[in-house]
Ligand binder design. Structure first.
Ligand SMILES: Nc1ncnc2c1ncn2[C@@H]1O[C@H](COP(=O)(O)OP(=O)(O)OP(=O)(O)O)[C@@H](O)[C@H]1O
Length: 251
């Protein structure tokens, strides 16, 4: 379960203009609230720069909110950063992998960081490698892998400790449809195992494949939040993508 209430993030940066210093504040996320429930997939949909990554990074405890609260699996992120990290798997474009390690070594390394007992770690690793099709390149160094291969290893890394809450920032970005499908399958399976799943996207077709609950974010504000079923029932445009575009333009 994720409960967020009036979550806000402002970034302040200072730039030099001649002899003057100028301070700029960007309100990346502005007083947003929503709930993500176990056994359901929540999609945070929005155009570039809308505030999706900033929201997910706050939920994952990577950056602190300027104000507002986020409760993740019963823990207030402002109080229990390490506790939250144990309960979540956070996949982002910058999920770190070591170039010199192969997938086997990578997953062993992160599994040990989470203090997963050896046998359990091995079983979980084999399960994820099979699901994601990593077996054929499990001995190849990360530095020699394609984008899709790296993304699969990043996902295995994210899920190795079998977290209750899964946070995916654009999980299929840059992947071909076959690779994307194996990841979508894994997200679906997580839902069946009663995990709480939130993922961000700007691709309506991906949302259509996965989503139970939907929030649309634009310029840091939530402009729509309901079930995906309601979204489709209320649709005025001829297709989902056009409906998304219209809602963002009208906001
Ligand atoms: N560290 C930062 N410092 C200053 N501004 C930032 C920082 N991170 C994000 N922003 C700004 O906050 C806003 C929201 O950015 P964010 O990355 O959350 O958007 P997004 O919806 O994930 O976009 P995209 O789909 O392009 O990844 C943007 O205007 C961005 O420039």
């Amino acid at each position: 379960m994720i409960h967020i209430e009036n979550l806000t993030k402002s970034f302040t940066s200072t730039t030099k203009k001649g002899f003057k210093k100028e301070t700029i504040t960007v309100n990346a996320v502005n007083e947003i609230s929503f709930d993500c429930k176990p056994g359901r997939i929540f999609s945070l949909l929005g155009p570039n720069g809308a505030g999706k990554t900033t929201t997910l990074r706050m939920i994952a405890g990577i950056i602190n909110p300027t104000s507002g609260t986020a409760i993740v699996d019963g823990i207030d992120i402002s109080k229990g950063n390490d506790e939250v990290k144990k309960r979540i798997g956070f996949l982002t474009g910058s999920t770190g992998l070591y170039e010199r390690l192969n997938p086997d070594e990578t997953i062993e390394f992160f599994g040990k960081l989470y203090k997963i007992p050896a046998e359990k770690l091995n079983d979980r690793k084999e399960y994820l490698f099979e699901k994601l099709g990593i077996n054929e390149f499990r001995k190849k160094r990360v530095g020699q892998m394609s984008t899709g291969m790296k993304q699969k290893v990043s996902i295995a890394r994210t899920l190795i400790h079998d977290p209750e809450v899964l946070i995916f920032d654009e999980p299929t970005s840059g992947l071909d449809v076959i690779t994307a499908e194996s990841i979508i399958d894994l997200i679906r399976e997580s839902k069946e195992n009663n995990k709480t799943v939130i993922f961000s996207s700007h691709i309506m077709s991906e949302v259509d494949l996965l989503c139970d609950d939907l929030a649309i974010i634009n310029k840091g504000a939530i402009i729509y939040n309901s079930t995906f079923e309601n979204f489709k029932a209320e649709m005025k445009a001829k297709n989902l993508t056009q409906e998304f575009i219209n809602r963002v333009k009208e906001a």
